[in-house]
Design a binder for this molecule. Structure first.
Ligand code: GDP
Ligand code: FE
Ligand code: FE
Length: 197
């Protein structure tokens, strides 16, 4: 469905994504694409990769847990993943389902999808564009989102830092476990919060 040169039939791709999720989530996906294209334009990222990464990133979000457990076994992924849930799996493991279902062979897009929830200590431009776009897309409405949007216009790295700090604080307040790679993202980017504007 997605050729090696990243050409694809947009209507067919959108339809396959649309039927895999609730309408509100599909609207979120379209919002992430819009935000990702704006960031790609500002920061010089390949728009075709930004668009595809955004459209595909939550494709596996409504997949049953057993599908992820089977993929973890099939691809011999880290056994620690068994201690987590859909929140972590839909990106880290979901990327394998996306690769299978769409014939996606692009490693940069694959990695950006894997990292879209948890980030990484050192992220590529595409990783950061998707990670931040997912957080600031126009349909998002939560405390701090306008500040995140403002920061994203000023520095993509600072936006990664701000988003990660907010997410960790939110998860800690809820009293839920924080995935170790989320903490690596925080440590890798937190210095940007001190940068002068
Ligand atoms: P969405 O798929 O567009 O809703 O957004 P994300 O993929 O970024 O996040 C999915 C869920 O995972 C959200 O509820 C986040 O708060 C949550 N999440 C993000 N990082 C972590 C983490 O380190 N640990 C846990 N337990 N949840 C996380
Ligand atoms: Fe997600
Ligand atoms: Fe998302």
């Amino acid at each position: 469905m997605i050729a090696a040169d990243l050409t694809f039939d947009r209507q067919a791709l959108l339809e396959k994504i649309r039927v895999a999720m609730k309408p509100a989530r599909f609207q979120h996906v379209l919002g992430v694409e819009e935000a990702a294209l704006t960031l790609a334009d500002q920061y010089g990222c390949d728009p075709k990769k930004a668009s595809l990464a955004a459209l595909l990133h939550d494709y596996a979000k409504e997949v049953e847990d057993q599908v992820f457990l089977d993929l973890i076994a099939k691809y011999d992924l880290d056994k620690d993943l068994l201690n987590w849930d859909n929140n972590i799996w839909h990106g880290v493991v979901g990327a394998y389902k996306i690769a299978e279902d769409f014939g996606l062979k692009d490693e940069e897009i694959f990695q950006a999808i894997q990292r879209h929830t948890i980030g990484a200590g050192q992220m590529t431009l595409l990783d950061k564009v998707l990670y931040v776009a997912d957080y600031i897309e126009p349909n998002r409405d939560f405390p701090g989102v306008d500040e995140a949007r403002r920061i994203a216009k000023e520095s993509l790295d600072k936006a990664v830092a701000y988003e990660t700090a907010q997410t960790i604080s939110y998860l800690a307040k809820k009293g839920v476990p924080i995935y170790p790679q989320t903490l690596e993202t925080y440590n890798g980017y937190v210095a940007w919060l001190k940068e002068q504007e």
